[in-house]
Design a protein around this ligand. Structure first.
Ligand SMILES: C[S@@+](CC[C@H](N)C(=O)[O-])C[C@H]1O[C@@H](n2cnc3c(N)ncnc32)[C@H](O)[C@@H]1O
Length: 419
């Protein structure tokens, strides 16, 4: 048994009792003259007794010219284990130290409480909200887990547990507040922007930060971004802040409410970011189409600005690619404004990632060689990965009259053969 860990009586605790964590341990100690404190601290650095909220160098009760260094009993058993030229064995002793709940971190405490067979492996922090996804066998410990995380994680005001798979259309979680405030409004930073949200109203996953950043790196000032499933704006807000013109859409009116709040918080100019609240298919057919036609007609794209479309709704977003087929008349869109689609989807990896990927691509009629990039974003469950397919659209794909136009071109090139 490791004496430095919380007492064994806490194992299996289901009703939080702070007093059960208090214990006395006997630890080695060495008295050092005040003039030698700096060199002793250096020499004993790896042998000191370390806990959170704990002073391992203390005043010596009786002597103002001495300090007591408390040492780790697992590393020091006798004076001979020390290499202190200015100390002698009579300065070495053992002393009792009181440890309490305050002295351990959340993972040490939870490892001591929960059954060894089912530990809490991870949590996410969203501003002041800590979010866990408890396995069924940990549910009986949920109150204690909530209490420990709230007490121990800096800045935490609420701990929530996901109670259901995300199965509503807005992708926000069903959850239960395990401890702290049930007001789930919070703010945080991502990619140098401030975001505010109410976690009970909208979708947010802090694990997508790297992917958000990967997309933002592809965007330059002057580019266009159509964000079909924008959420609270992790693509749209930083993109418009960097000088892109953005149309951000979400079906959830609360996302639009928070997009507006985040637009203000990040001081984004009004004309840089337009916020729209409708189904993604209507957004593509109506708003994206009209906006891109206007751009194609009025601008020459001298700066080679790009048009990006983000479609982050992995459960069904790939189904929306079909709305780009034959969306324009041949003359409505210029070659220099052909959108690049960033499509998110899930891949089942039961057999292998490659097999799952082939299946998804075949099912949605996307040729792997047409993809500019395929990125494995994250594992969402055993045998399930979220991926991104980045696809450069072509005029043939986007334009209604492309079939007719192709035939006309062939006829012009080779009049005899086609007659
Ligand atoms: C997975 S979240 C992604 C949000 C954000 N882009 C991000 O990366 O965090 C998907 C978003 O799509 C929205 N949504 C769901 N169905 C939709 C639809 N048919 N049309 C438009 N938005 C939809 C949800 O409200 C949710 O905010």
């Amino acid at each position: 048994m490791n004496v430095l860990l919380p007492p064994t009586v806490v194992r299996g605790m289901k009703i939080f009792d702070i007093n059960k964590f208090t214990k006395l341990i006997s630890v080695p100690a060495i008295e050092v003259d005040t003039q030698n404190i700096a060199s002793a601290s250096k020499i004993l650095k790896n042998q000191l007794l370390k806990f959170t909220n704990f002073k391992s160098i203390r005043d010596s009760g009786s002597n103002n010219y001495k300090r007591v260094f408390l040492l780790n009993p697992l590393k020091v058993r006798s004076f001979d284990d020390l290499n202190l030229p200015f100390a002698s064995p009579e300065h070495f002793s053992h002393t009792d130290v009181k440890l309490t709940y305050d002295n351990w971190k959340h993972d040490e405490i939870l490892r001591a409480i929960l059954p060894e067979s089912s530990m809490l492996t991870s949590y996410s922090a969203i501003g002041s909200i800590v979010h866990v996804n408890l396995k069924p066998e940990l549910l009986e410990y949920k109150n204690v887990i909530g209490q420990v995380l709230k007490d121990k994680i800096k800045g935490c005001k609420s701990v929530v547990n996901k109670t259901d798979n995300i199965n509503n259309i807005f992708r926000n979680f069903e959850f239960e507040v395990l401890s702290g405030s049930s007001d789930l409004q919070t703010s945080f930073k991502e990619n140098k922007c401030i975001f505010e949200l109410d976690f009970s109203e909208v979708y947010w996953n802090p694990r997508l930060c790297t992917e958000h950043e990967r997309i933002l790196e592809k965007l330059n000032a002057g580019d266009l971004l159509y964000d079909v499933f924008a959420g609270i704006g992790p693509f749209s807000i930083p993109a418009s802040k960097r000088g892109c013109t953005v149309l951000a859409n979400d079906l959830n009116p609360n996302c639009c409410k928070w997009l507006n709040v985040n637009k203000k918080l990040n001081r984004i100019k009004d004309d840089r970011l337009t916020i729209i609240n409708k189904d993604g298919s209507r957004f593509i057919i109506e708003d994206l189409k009209a906006h891109l036609i206007l751009y194609s007609k009025t601008l020459t794209n001298d700066n080679d600005n790009k048009v990006h479309v983000t479609m982050n709704l992995p459960a069904i977003g790939i189904e929306f690619v079909k709305y780009f087929n034959n969306l324009f008349e041949w003359d409505e869109i210029s070659d220099s404004f052909l959108p690049i689609l960033h499509i998110y989807t899930f891949v089942k990896t039961n057999e292998s990632y490659e097999t799952g990927l082939h299946l998804v691509m075949a099912e949605h009629n996307i040729k792997e060689e047409d993809a500019q990039e395929i990125i494995r974003v994250r594992n969402v469950a055993p045998n399930k990965e979220m991926i991104r397919i980045t696809l450069q659209t072509t005029k043939e794909m986007l334009c209604k009259s492309s079939v007719k136009r192709k035939t006309e071109e062939q006829e012009n090139e080779n009049p005899k053969k086609t007659k």
